[in-house]
Write a protein that binds this ligand. Structure first.
Ligand code: NAP
Length: 248
């Protein structure tokens, strides 16, 4: 049966064509949010996910916007307000990872990770700070590598450490609007970002690092996001939640 749900709240999930973001968008849609499926290049995946959500009675709008482009981010918020009437939740999930020792990292890799991970999250946070409705939620994406600090993760971990700093500061700046700002810091999670380019023995070793002895799944992370944006998560503010099976 296809029953169209009433739109209660509206969530933008950046980078939700694939991986963790797609699981978050699907989970929030099931929980009653109208969701914007933001993507940079994966239009087909974003449209397929939106169609699946709509088929299940939810509301989903695929929107292309490179988060590193401030004007594209502003246009995405404007379009969301036009279609769904406002924005309540920003899930700042879009991100990339390039691993290399600091000695071997080239300028292009540094710039790209800063542009997408740091400036991209900054662009959407700034827009959300200006436009989110009273009572809204912002969930940023850090990573447990900020605690693990392994070799080759230097630039990536640096961009994510900056997200943790922005999270605490924005939570304070939004005083008086009943908006919470938190960050999720996943450990190794079974997506292209983690799996691509790693030999099987490295994947096997990292899978066993956490005391729960498995990789995280996108749905594990989506459940943590769902808690933070739910009324049950209302008292959590300015925090970093490491969702990683106990790896650190
Ligand atoms: P993923 O599978 O590689 O998916 C990345 C998503 O981000 C895709 O939907 C991609 O869309 C989108 N994206 C990339 N660049 C973008 C841009 N400039 N503008 C808009 N969207 C963009 O990655 P993931 O593993 O799900 O990671 C999601 C988040 O979790 C990231 O912030 C990552 O750093 C963090 N994280 C992941 C892990 C892990 O082990 N997987 C661990 C800790 C933290 P297109 O395909 O359209 O480019």
């Amino acid at each position: 049966m296809n029953i169209t749900k009433e739109i209660k709240q509206v969530a933008i999930v950046t980078g939700s064509s694939r991986g963790i973001g797609a699981a978050v968008a699907e989970r929030l849609a099931n929980d009653g949010f109208a969701v914007v499926i933001n993507y940079a290049g994966s239009a087909t995946e974003a449209e397929e996910l939106a169609a699946k959500i709509e088929k299940n009675g939810g509301h989903a709008l695929p929107l292309q916007a490179d988060v590193s482009d401030p004007s594209a981010v502003a246009a995405m918020f404007a379009k969301t307000e036009e279609v769904f009437g406002g924005v309540d939740v920003l899930v700042n999930n879009a991100g990339i990872m390039a691993l290399s020792s600091i000695a071997e990292t080239d300028d292009a890799s540094v710039d790209r990770q800063i542009d997408i991970n740091f400036k991209g999250s900054f662009n959407t946070m700034r827009e959300a700070a200006r436009r989110l409705r009273q009572g809204g939620r912002i969930v940023n994406f850090s990573s447990s590598v900020v605690g693990m600090l392994q070799p080759t993760y230097g630039v990536y971990a640096g961009t994510k450490a900056a997200i943790e700093a922005l999270t605490s500061i924005l939570a304070k700046e939004l005083r008086g609007r009943n908006i919470t700002v938190n960050a999720i810091a996943p450990g190794p999670t079974a997506t292209a970002l983690f799996l691509n380019g790693k030999p099987q023995e490295v994947i096997d070793r990292l899978s066993k690092l956490a005391p729960l002895e498995r990789l995280g799944q996108p749905a594990d992370i989506a459940a943590a996001v769902a808690f933070l944006v739910d009324p049950d998560g209302a008292w959590i503010n300015g925090q970093v939640l490491r969702a990683n099976g106990g790896i650190i």
